[in-house]
Design a protein around this ligand. Sequence first.
Ligand SMILES: Nc1nc2c(ncn2[C@@H]2O[C@H](COP(=O)(O)OP(=O)(O)OP(=O)(O)O)[C@@H](O)[C@H]2O)c(=O)[nH]1
Ligand SMILES: [Mg+2]
Length: 220
Amino acid sequence: MKVIELKASVTASNDRDADELRREMREKGVLLVNLMSAPGAGKTTLLSRLIRDMDGTRIAVMEADIESAVDAEHIEALGAQAIQVHTDGMCHMDAGMTARAWHAMDPDAIDLAVLENVGNLICPAEYDTGAGCNIMILSVPEGDDKPLKYPLMFSRCDALVISKLDALPYFGFDVETCAARARKLNPEIRVFPLSARTGEGMAEFEAWLLDRLDAWRRRP
Ligand SMILES: Nc1nc2c(ncn2[C@@H]2O[C@H](COP(=O)(O)OP(=O)(O)OP(=O)(O)O)[C@@H](O)[C@H]2O)c(=O)[nH]1
Ligand SMILES: [Mg+2]
């Protein structure tokens, strides 16, 4: 398992680094997805399901954590390319760190590169990582009020995955209320209620991801 230790970038402009990485990835025809959520919302479980379901799409994963390599080991065991990034205690990835992680991978064997960002609903929303697509997960046990409390994350994402839908009977989570709160902050956001455990809702999300990859590769 490749583990790389990264410190926050020293470059002055994160936005410049992010634009540069997007340009580089577009040239390679690889869509970078920045996947964000609170700890334990289901990022690794969702990625595992995508890797199993989308067998025509080569998915590679950059796992960013403060410690350990458990998530990257889990992804690698499924046969996908994975690296573990340690963030030196930082609660987010910036564009320079993401570029260094990306350069440690084999770009010619990837269609969709996913950065599993550090579990946190606040800091990752503040940094453009250079991704072509930003997705957040909110799990049912966290509650449908989270768009009210963490508005920046919801306003920055292209899609909101409402995960652990199978747990709906045990929690007072209203999917429509949550979606309406998210759309008030971000009218363009796509909402995908799903369960990576039962597979409910996965097909719609996977089809949307493939459309995004297609659009990314077509754009001049
Ligand atoms: N019931 C249910 N549990 C789930 C689902 N998805 C994930 N879980 C459980 O939620 C817990 C956390 O899932 P992970 O996939 O590790 O979450 P994560 O966001 O990657 O966690 P960190 O990387 O630590 O931030 C695990 O016990 C999973 O089995 C789901 O769709 N339904
Ligand atoms: Mg994880």
